[in-house]
Design a protein around this ligand. Sequence first.
Ligand SMILES: Cc1cc2nc3c(=O)[nH]c(=O)nc-3n(C[C@H](O)[C@H](O)[C@H](O)COP(=O)(O)OP(=O)(O)OC[C@H]3O[C@@H](n4cnc5c(N)ncnc54)[C@H](O)[C@@H]3O)c2cc1C
Length: 412
Amino acid sequence: MAETHADPLQDCDLAIVGAGPVGTSLGILAARAGFSVTLIDARLENPVTTRDTRTFAIVRGSWRLLGATGVTGELADVITPLNGLEAEDGGTHWFGAPHVAFSNDDLGGGTGKDALGQMVPAAALQAALDRQTAAAQGLTWLKGARFSGMETGPAGAVITLENGQTLRAGLVAACDGLHSPVRTALGIRTEGRSYGKSVFAADVTLERPHHGIARQLFTPEGPFATLPLPGNRANLAWYMKGGAAEALVKQPKAAIEAELNARFARFAGEMHLDGPPLSYPLVMQVALAMTGPRTALLGDAAHRINPLAGQGLNLGFKDVGALIDVMTEARAAGLDPGSDTVLSRYQQWRRFDSYATAMSMDLIDRTFSNDNPVLKPLRGIALTVANRVGPLRRAMARQASAAQATMPSLMR
Ligand SMILES: Cc1cc2nc3c(=O)[nH]c(=O)nc-3n(C[C@H](O)[C@H](O)[C@H](O)COP(=O)(O)OP(=O)(O)OC[C@H]3O[C@@H](n4cnc5c(N)ncnc54)[C@H](O)[C@@H]3O)c2cc1C
């Protein structure tokens, strides 16, 4: 009989809604672990209509997890090892210009030769994950398929797509981003705020070598960062007031370069645009629960955080690693991976970390992105103390590079 749009799709162990970096990496790893996976995404072809102009800081643990997906080899030509971080306060203080620096030596326990992480262009990462997803055994990828609703019961979840097709799964992974339709369907509430700011992101060429160091200047509007790319290039993340970034990206190249250099040439040297810019609105949003019946929330569906320390996707990769561990342990113990007991272990593991990271990034933004006469001297002192006190600096660097014992097994 010919298949109609209303025919049910094949049952699976895990249905993933959303094929962003979190959904695709989860799909590849779950399929490799022997689970049958269906990946549903609204987008038609890889990767996106407008090219993503961001470059992500991917910390060591996340890079290991990506290694298990098989993408790290094919990204070799476009990544840059991150050898250190420097932050500088753009204000003036009686004790001089405060700044803090981390290097790979601050991670301790190693030779200091390993990079803190890798700078990975977002578009290249998604394209590589898409290729591995398309090749994965045991994974069915439904492109141009839009989630419209779901029902859950003791035997599993039934997902309905916008075209009327249905799909039964033991467990649903909501990897469907900031506006997560799955989270909405389950009635899981969120808290957060819009920052009224956007990030201007574009590649530039620099006149000075960057030595693999990411540099950040704090201004009252927010940070301006140069993130190292291969050769003498860098990716810019420039926080601007709402509307300003959107207006600037529409300007001609010469006008953008003039504005950029007038503001930041003293900090970064002369810069020339090396590709089109785009703007990204800033939002913090945390789901009040990371699980629902037969469902786990991962990535931006669970937590969208202020990207000033480049931690958002790294949190998403920790969610992926934790869910894979929880699912494989449950299967080995003869338990149902979609049961409440198993999902509550996932939530216990991941909820505090994502909430605490979201709140600390928000606190940093509130402290540094203003000209408050009380906070201004304090933030300078905080940066100076962090720079002088070795153990504190190392603890902060370890946190940022995810080199801790509580990591999921794929990240250790
Ligand atoms: C300016 C900026 C810089 C950043 N820099 C960093 C960094 O350096 N390091 C870092 O770790 N993080 C960074 N982040 C955070 C990072 O971008 C996000 O955490 C990450 O992209 C989230 O990925 P995701 O897969 O969870 O969601 P998304 O990439 O949003 O994917 C969601 C997917 O769900 C699909 N979808 C949505 N609705 C439906 C539906 N109804 N049916 C089917 N599919 C659907 C969409 O098509 C999409 O493919 C940055 C963020 C910003 C804004």
